[in-house]
Design a protein around this ligand. Structure first.
Ligand code: PMP
Length: 278
């Protein structure tokens, strides 16, 4: 396995050889977008949805999309093969160039080994971040390179020895995790905050809502207070790299029984079946 490769504008290069314009709007203003996803055997679950979300974001930021879906798919296959990585986490970055009518695209690769099995069998601890999500900003619905609120929230979690942080919006309702959507189960109801509350329209969120019926759950979007999360039967986070990640502690207190619940485990298994059946 040699992970020291990336794909810059469609060409596989060594990271040291990949150069981008120093004076670019991407670097100066964070004008750009990214997507993260997991490839198993070179195949990505709902890659087309990631590409669509990127294109929607590009419309909002008025950024050109310099990559076609076919070129993206080919780059994923080429990069995972070159690195001999059967199970890979990848990131597509589109960043504006010197003028905002130009853009570069970059695909980078890493191993998903920071999501070990113990996180799923034991669950993770989360804290409430002090940074708030501005649900009124158009950037909330865009996965932009302007990711610093999320980074600050994540660092705050790490300082508290938790794995992730929950961001509340300016009205005090739950928006999401620092890089993941949040779900709370109460009885047979599976609830997640609406996008209007400051949640990214997650691709995994969408898939999990579709799979809810298989676990005997009814999925709804509704505003959630942090108390509703603290007193839920089960809570979990979702993103395309981690899948379904049980959260078992909130600010030092147990959620439910303090161990991954049966419905979260059933949904996690259903999601894993869907992503490995490609
Ligand atoms: N919210 C944020 C802020 C994220 O960065 C991510 C990861 N892309 C998600 C939610 C989950 O989205 P997805 O399921 O598409 O990975």
């Amino acid at each position: 396995m040699d992970l020291d490769w990336l794909c810059l504008n469609g060409t596989l290069v060594r990271p040291a050889e990949g150069t981008v314009p120093a004076v670019s709007q991407g670097l100066l203003y964070g004008l750009g977008l990214f997507e993260t996803f997991r490839a198993r055997g070179g195949r990505v679950f709902r890659l087309e949805r990631h590409f669509e979300r990127l294109c929607q974001g590009a419309g909002i930021l008025r950024l050109p999309v310099p990559v076609t879906f076919a070129a993206l798919e080919a780059s994923v296959v080429a990069l995972t093969a070159r690195c001999s990585l059967e199970d890979a986490r990848l990131r597509l970055t589109v960043a504006a160039g010197a003028s905002d009518s130009e853009a570069i695209w970059l695909v980078t690769i890493r191993s998903p080994d920071d999501y070990p099995e113990t996180l799923y069998s034991q669950g993770i601890a989360v804290v409430v971040a002090s940074v708030r999500r501005n649900e009124g900003s158009p950037l909330t619905r865009v996965k932009s390179l302007n990711y610093l609120d999320n980074l600050l929230a994540r660092r705050e979690a790490r300082r508290s020895r938790a794995q992730d942080a929950i961001l509340l919006n300016s009205a005090g309702f739950v928006a999401e995790g620092s890089g993941a959507n949040l779900f709370a189960i109460r009885g047979r109801e599976l609830a997640t905050p609406p996008v209007e509350d400051g949640a990214l329209p997650g691709i995994t969120r969408e898939a999990v809502m579709e799979l809810a019926g298989e676990a005997g759950l009814t999925a709804i979007e509704k505003s959630l207070s942090i108390d509703e999360v603290a007193t839920a039967d089960e809570v979990f986070l979702t993103n395309a790299v981690a899948g379904v990640l049980p959260a078992v502690r909130l600010n030092e207190a147990s959620i439910g029984r303090g161990t991954p619940g049966p419905l979260t485990r059933a949904l996690g298994a259903a999601y894993l079946r869907a992503v490995t059946a490609l």
